[in-house]
Design a protein around this ligand. Structure first.
Ligand code: URA
Length: 458
């Protein structure tokens, strides 16, 4: 194919055709196109966007670039997959997967390591000594058959074109492109082959997309792609300006997830509500039941301890200790704890998720470069939350670290906790659900087309 023409047509916002996209993705997968041309094309898409038809061709070509599984065929009517676009302190998978598995669904959750500052689910799981996440597709499928759920790294056999493109995007400032994010996520979800797909799209300072408008555009595009491929697909848009729950850091988040499964009433209310909502939506999608029936089932498996037992069973099957006390006892703890104190009296107005994520990474909980070693015990534990009254000098957070030198970060953490004299009257942004109630609005525009926004062109 003539690659310079293909790149130029993308740059000009022309329609690309399925054949050309397929040929390009095949060349990316085989390695017959150099990084420079892949990068140029990715930048053209980032600046100019893609039409819906072309995002669909791209997603399909990436899905077909490697092995595909047929989860829905193996477990008819009970398969669910879930993807979160990444948030700070986001341990949703660790809570909702055992809940839906205890309720009878089958879930093969393939996840990544941390991207940028936010911790990946795999990093959290690897904080548990002995827990293996490199399962491979066949072993993971076998575990799903026996237990109902498995947590695994993204198989390199599935959607290999995405792995190469993502690595190039990561170093060419082309990660935050709506059509590229949608094709990347949905090609992997479609390759796993679950019948239902639930997308958890975060909007805010700590998320991959920062504005609600972009989050809605991304969510609608992914739902459309999922439906076009014959999957029941829905998306939830949740604000990500404040971390989800109280813990940010790998072992700390695993502990918070286990505690939440053990005692839902004592869990952080946002974490409980968010995981409960996602689990109930998953059951609604997969079992085609009413929201009341789904919510009652979630409550039942959570309160009776069935979900917690399922989590311990999943972890044990992957090499972790096989009872809760031993599992909790095995989690690494940091030797240093630095309390962070309120700088004034008042009400906590917000906790800056992106700043907390950065501090957690500097403590050792995240990566600055691919391959950086993670300290599983490091992180931030929030001891005060938005809306809470605090007096000057009260503890609002604790930094967990393996290094005494990190006490210096307490001042930055103080800046992340915004305190106002009056209780905030601002309403928290609503959680929005896309794809369950009625059809999606028709879409003719080009997705992620920044040039169109600047020039007013449609
Ligand atoms: N996660 C993915 O899998 N792909 C993206 O492009 C962004 C987040």
């Amino acid at each position: 194919m003539n690659l310079p023409d293909f790149i130029a047509d993308t740059r000009e916002g022309k329609s690309l055709s399925g054949e050309r996209i397929q040929e390009f993705v095949a060349a990316v997968t085989l390695g017959t196109v150099p990084d420079s041309q892949v990068a140029a094309w990715l930048m053209a898409v980032t600046l100019r966007g893609l039409s819906y038809a072309d995002v669909r061709h791209l997603t399909e070509a990436m899905r077909a670039s490697g092995r595909t599984l047929d989860l829905a065929g193996a477990f008819p009517g009970t398969t669910l997959d879930k993807h979160s676009t990444g948030g700070v302190g986001d341990k949703t998978t660790l809570v909702m997967a055992p809940v839906v598995a205890a309720a009878g669904l089958h879930m093969l959750k393939m996840s990544g390591r941390s991207l940028g500052y936010t911790g990946g689910t795999v990093d959290k799981l690897e904080a548990v000594p002995g827990l293996r996440v490199e399962l491979g597709a066949d072993e993971a499928l076998s575990q799903v058959r026996h237990i109902g759920a498995a947590f695994s790294t993204q198989s390199t056999e599935l959607a290999p074109a995405d792995a190469r493109m993502y690595a190039i995007r990561d170093v060419t400032a082309t990660v935050r492109s709506i059509p590229l994010i949608a094709a990347s996520i949905m090609s992997k979800k479609l390759a796993i082959g679950a019948g239902c797909i639930l997308l958890d799209v975060k909007a805010g300072a700590g998320g991959l997309v920062t504005t609600r408008k972009d989050a809605v555009e991304l969510a609608e595009l992914m739902v459309r792609l999922g439906r076009a491929a014959g999957r029941q697909t829905a998306a939830v848009i949740t604000p990500m300006n404040t971390p989800l729950g109280r813990a940010v850091g790998n072992a700390l988040e695993v502990r918070e997830a286990l505690d939440a499964l053990q005692d839902p009433d004592a869990a952080d209310s946002n974490l409980r509500a968010h995981c409960g909502l996602l689990a109930a939506l998953g059951l609604r999608l997969a079992l085609q039941c009413s929201s009341e029936v789904a919510a009652a089932k979630v409550d039942e498996v959570w309160r009776t301890g069935a979900a917690l037992r399922k989590m311990v069973q999943i972890a044990a099957a992957q090499g972790a200790p096989d009872n809760l006390d031993a599992l909790l006892g095995s989690l690494p703890v940091a030797p240093y704890r630095f309390p962070v104190r309120a700088t004034s009296s008042g009400f906590v107005r917000s906790i800056d998720a992106s700043l907390v994520a950065r501090i957690a990474s500097e403590l050792g909980a995240g990566r600055f470069r691919p391959g950086d070693r993670i300290d599983p015990a490091a992180g931030v534990l929030l001891t005060a939350g938005p809306g809470q009254r605090v007096e000057r000098g009260d503890e609002v957070a604790v930094l967990h670290s393996s290094s005494a030198a990190h006490s210096i970060l307490t001042a930055r953490m103080q800046a992340a906790v915004k305190i106002g004299v009056e209780r905030s009257s601002e309403r928290a942004p609503r959680t929005m659900i896309i794809g369950l109630e009625g059809p999606l609005p028709p879409s003719h525009h080009r997705y992620g087309d920044r040039c169109a926004e600047r020039t007013g062109r449609q």
